[in-house]
Design a protein around this ligand. Structure first.
Ligand code: GRF
Length: 202
């Protein structure tokens, strides 16, 4: 069988990308990571890609006239490499509608909260401030609205009274590194079926 192809978009340290890469290397995820793209030239994630012999591309938003054009260039790069699944691993840009429809049900994102709670930036800070007893992380397919698409997996962690944004982020990140690779594995095992807002695991 033909191996699946993954394209990763990231803006920063790339620890989720690394967790997925480990499972790819072990052969647990039946796919290869063919390209890592970033809007941030200095992203640690690009470095990790290069160290692992994966093509790493910086796409400079400033070189484009609009967000749409910038998105089109990223879609072009992904299509050219035959990418089957796009992974947003700490990608700090919003994906436009055209991008979403080019990869309908083939873009995954991880969010550090139990969606639909605390979408957007600083989810862990918001959870600590709100006083919730539990938070966690969510892997979901990406649709036109931010942090909104069908949910694939979630993991729950407790939130303690003396937690700070940092301590909670660390606890959540450990779970991110567990469920993101798991969701990607399920995708390439052909076990995810989307029906409306729901994702069934076959
Ligand atoms: C993670 O907390 C993820 O949930 C959020 O951005 C962060 C990325 O971290 N979307 P890393 O770059 O994968 O280490």
């Amino acid at each position: 069988m033909k191996k699946g192809k993954i394209g990763v978009l990231l803006s920063g340290r790339g620890s989720n990308f690394k967790a997925i890469l480990e499972k790819v290397k072990k052969g647990e995820i039946k796919a290869e990571i063919v390209v890592v793209i970033s809007d941030n030239k200095g992203a640690k994630g690009l470095e990790i890609a290069r160290e692992n012999g994966i093509e790493a591309i910086f796409v400079n938003l400033k070189e484009f006239n609009s967000r749409e054009e910038y998105d089109r260039e990223i879609v072009r790069i992904l299509k050219e490499r035959g990418v089957d699944l796009v992974i947003l691993a700490g990608y700090m840009k919003i994906i436009g509608a055209e991008f979403v429809s080019s990869f309908r049900n083939r873009i995954m994102n991880i969010h550090p909260a139990l969606l639909p709670s605390f979408p957007g930036l600083h989810a862990q800070r918001k959870a600590v401030k709100y006083g919730v007893r539990y938070s966690g992380c969510t892997v979901h397919f990406v649709d036109e609205k931010m942090d909104h698409g069908p949910i694939i997996l979630q993991a729950v962690v407790p939130v303690y009274q003396d937690d700070t944004e940092e301590t909670l982020s660390e606890r959540i990140l450990r779970e991110e590194h567990r469920i993101f690779p798991e969701a990607v594995k399920l995708f390439f095992d052909g076990r995810l079926e989307i029906r409306g807002r729901k994702v069934f695991i076959k």
